[in-house]
Design a protein around this ligand. Structure first.
Ligand code: NAI
Ligand code: MG
Length: 361
């Protein structure tokens, strides 16, 4: 039977960019004999409108069954006043939590044609291709105790950085596995100089390396230095593995080395199942972009490249992923631009569909 995909287009520009991804999926079925069983469902505000919850239990159950989930974006001003428990983002958080997606892959890749877009000098970013692996389900965003408490005559806000050995072990493994398919280099970032969780992080990553991945080059770096190095000389890195908080910040920083939010894909992976496929959710980094929703202006590339990541990491179709990425690269080199990529004068932007057309062609 065909590999299965659950598409959750969500809100705002989510459905618009996903329409282009569906055309790409159909193309692979028709032209490359690579067909998927695709199911679609609601998430975020769209699910709230229909079911009063941002993720219906049936949708959650489907997500746990399929080979991969592809998500557009959730949220929008219409839902800003909703109670925290039913906010669109909660749908996404529930997916990540129940699928136990502990490894968040954020590539920062610089397409030559867009090198002028970087906040950095062209020669620092041209040809850049790094991958940040962020631990996604633990650390300071989840550790207990947490809260705002009374202490004497004032309040104190508390969050707790907490990592178990097994949590560090599994995300380290996913980084080493990834490195073997890329440049075979991992740099692990923490603050072992001032944090016990950082000391344990460094120890466990080193042990996983020495035991099972001695062939991969491993270095350690303090995360603050890592931030500097990312901006100074990002091409020194291949795979960076780091915790939830540092990964949040470092991956946003790395993203801006390469230009527009409309270009950035991501993958969130869990534990491999019996056939070796990890639980997986693929989504663009950007949100629902209410300011341009419904105008046909959204750049579908981030979502299309997220599907390319699905081809590579869920379906072992690295060659087909590269084919799709090469099509994106070609279109950019040809000067095709959605409005968010406009820098040069005299270029007329294409619509979301226009960009999809160019990539398919
Ligand atoms: P956003 O990513 O939606 O938009 C930020 C800016 O980038 C906007 O000016 C937007 O027009 C532009 N942009 C984003 N994606 C684009 C694309 N594909 N093509 C062209 N331009 C693009 O972030 P913002 O404005 O902070 O949040 C808007 C809504 O999205 C909020 O409700 C927020 O909660 C939600 N959100 C959802 C995320 C998700 O579903 N994973 C992630 C981030 C925000
Ligand atoms: Mg962030």
């Amino acid at each position: 039977s065909n590999p299965s995909l659950l598409i959750l287009a969500g809100d705002g520009i989510g459905p618009e960019v996903m329409t282009e991804v569906k055309r790409v999926i159909d193309w692979f079925g028709a032209k490359r004999d690579l067909a998927f069983d695709v199911e679609e469902d609601l998430v975020g505000g769209a699910a709230y409108d229909k079911h009063g919850t941002p993720l219906h239990d049936d949708t959650m159950a489907k997500a746990l069954q399929v080979d991969a989930v592809l998500l557009g974006a959730v949220g929008g001003p219409k839902y800003d006043a909703l109670d925290f428990s039913v906010k669109p983002e909660r749908g996404l958080l529930r997916l990540r939590k129940e699928m136990d997606l502990f490894s968040n892959l954020r590539p920062a890749q610089c397409f030559d044609a867009l090198a002028d877009f970087s906040s950095l000098k062209k020669d620092i970013v041209a040809g850049l291709d790094i991958m940040i692996v962020r631990e996604l389900t633990s650390g300071v965003y989840f550790g207990e105790p947490r809260g705002i408490f009374e202490e004497g005559n004032e309040r104190v806000g508390i969050n707790t950085q907490r990592y178990t050995e097994s949590e560090i072990d599994r995300v380290a493994r996913s980084a080493f596995e990834l490195a073997r398919r890329r440049g075979n280099k991992v740099c692990s970032m923490e603050k072992a100089n001032v944090m016990e969780s950082g000391i344990l992080w460094r120890e466990v990553v080193q042990k996983v390396h020495d035991t099972d991945y001695p062939d991969v080059e491993l270095t350690h770096m303090y995360a603050d230095n890592g931030a500097m190095q990312l901006v100074r000389a990002p091409k020194q890195f291949d795979v960076i593995v780091t915790d939830n908080l540092f990964g949040d910040i470092l991956s946003d920083c790395a993203a801006m080395l390469t230009g527009s939010l409309g270009m950035l894909p991501s993958a969130s992976l869990g534990a491999p199942n019996a056939d070796g496929r990890p639980k997986a959710l693929y989504e663009p980094v950007h949100g629902s972009a209410p300011d341009i929703a419904g105008q046909g202006k959204a750049n579908p590339i981030a979502c299309i490249l997220s599907f390319a990541m699905a081809l590579r990491y869920s379906f072992d179709q690295g060659d087909e992923a590269a084919r799709l990425e090469a099509a994106v690269e070609k279109v950019l080199a040809d000067g095709v631009r959605t409005a968010d990529l406009l820098g040069e004068e005299g270029v007329t932007p294409v619509s979301t569909t226009g960009m999809g057309d160019a990539i398919l062609a």
